[in-house]
Design a protein around this ligand. Structure first.
Ligand SMILES: [Zn+2]
Ligand SMILES: [Zn+2]
Length: 280
C-alpha cells in the first residue's frame, strides 16, 4: 500500500493546489492546464475538481467520472515527472446532512489531497443559496433565508466553516471568508464591526486546533469580483497569530489565471509575517 503524501511547511515554491478543469466547471482540459503550469514554471500543480459525493450539480463532477479523472491526472503526473509534480485532489463541498469533505466519504477514490469548501449556506431540494453565486442570488437568499439580516448570514457562514474544520478529515480550508465576495456590492455587514472581528478570531482558533491548512485564494480577484484575496488582512493576521499554516492558490478555472495575483498574495502573507508555505 502506498503511504499518503503529506503537506509540509517549506520556503516558497510556486504551487497551486486549487484548480478546475472541464471535469467540473473549468474551461480547459487537464493537459492544457499542465502545459500552462509548465510554461509558468510551477513546481507543483494540484487538480481539485468540485465534488459533493454522492450528488452532483451542473458545476460538480459526476461521480461516474471520478475514476477517469483520477486516472488521467495520475497519467499526466507520470508523463511529466521531473518537470513538474502533479497531484490529484478534490474540492469537496460541506453541506450538513447531505455531503461532507472527508477521506471516509471518498474512500473509494485514490486522491492525494482534499480541499473542504462551504459554498452553500442553504440547501434544499427546491431552493439553494450559494455564497459565491451571482449578486441577485445572494440578495434574494439573504432576504428569503435570513430576512435581510446580514449579521445572521455571516455568523451562519462561519458556523459552517468551523463545523467543517472541526469535524472532518481533509487537508485545506478553501476561501476562508468567501462571504465577503458580494459585500462590496450588497453591503450587508461591516468588516470593522467588533462582532465580525470576534467571528474571525474564533474561526482562527478553531482552524488552528483542527490542524488544517488555510489557503490564500486569489480567485475572486481573477474573476474581478474582489480587489483582495481571501482571507482579508485582518483574518490573515489572526491566522498567523494562532500559527495556522497557509498556501497560495488561485482557484483557477482557466489556464490563464493559474498564477493570477500570486505576487500580491505572497507580499500580503509576508507583510503579516508568514515566510513558510505548505506544499508536498
Ligand atoms: Zn470553491
Ligand atoms: Zn474552487
Amino acid at each position: 500500500m502506498e503511504t499518503k503524501l503529506v503537506f509540509r511547511e517549506q520556503n516558497y515554491k510556486k504551487c497551486n493546489f486549487h484548480t478546475h478543469s472541464l471535469f467540473c466547471d473549468g474551461k480547459n482540459t487537464l493537459e492544457q492546464m499542465v502545459q500552462s503550469a509548465i510554461d509558468r514554471n510551477f513546481d507543483q500543480l494540484g487538480f481539485s475538481s468540485h465534488t459533493m459525493f454522492p450528488g452532483k450539480t451542473n458545476w460538480h463532477m459526476c461521480p461516474e467520472n471520478y475514476f477517469t479523472y483520477i486516472l488521467l491526472v495520475k497519467k499526466l503526473a507520470k508523463k511529466h515527472k521531473g518537470v513538474i509534480d502533479i497531484f490529484c485532489g478534490l474540492e469537496a463541498d460541506y453541506i450538513p446532512g447531505f455531503t461532507v469533505p472527508s477521506y471516509k466519504t471518498y474512500e473509494l477514490f485514490d486522491i492525494d489531497f482534499m480541499i473542504g469548501s462551504v459554498h452553500y449556506i442553504y440547501f434544499d431540494k427546491g431552493k439553494r443559496f450559494t455564497i459565491d453565486g451571482p449578486v441577485d442570488e445572494v440578495a434574494q437568499g439573504l432576504n428569503e433565508v435570513f430576512a435581510g439580516d446580514g449579521k445572521k448570514y455571516v455568523q451562519t457562514y462561519f458556523e459552517l466553516q468551523k463545523q467543517m474544520a472541526k469535524n472532518f478529515d481533509f487537508d485545506i480550508i478553501a476561501h476562508p471568508d468567501l462571504v465577503r465576495k458580494r459585500n462590496d456590492v450588497l453591503h450587508f455587514f461591516n468588516e470593522n464591526d467588533g462582532w465580525y472581528k470576534r467571528e474571525l478570531e474564533d474561526a482562527a482558533k478553531v482552524f488552528a486546533q483542527s490542524g488544517k491548512i488555510v489557503e490564500i485564494n486569489t480567485g475572486g480577484m481573477a474573476r474581478d469580483d474582489l480587489k483582495d484575496a481571501y482571507p482579508s488582512d485582518d483574518f490573515l493576521r489572526l491566522l498567523y497569530k494562532y500559527d495556522v499554516p497557509i498556501m497560495i492558490n488561485s482557484d483557477s478555472h482557466s489556464f490563464e489565471t493559474l498564477d493570477f495575483a500570486f505576487d500580491f498574495a505572497k507580499t500580503k502573507a509576508q507583510n503579516i509575517g508568514y515566510d513558510k508555505f505548505m506544499c508536498f
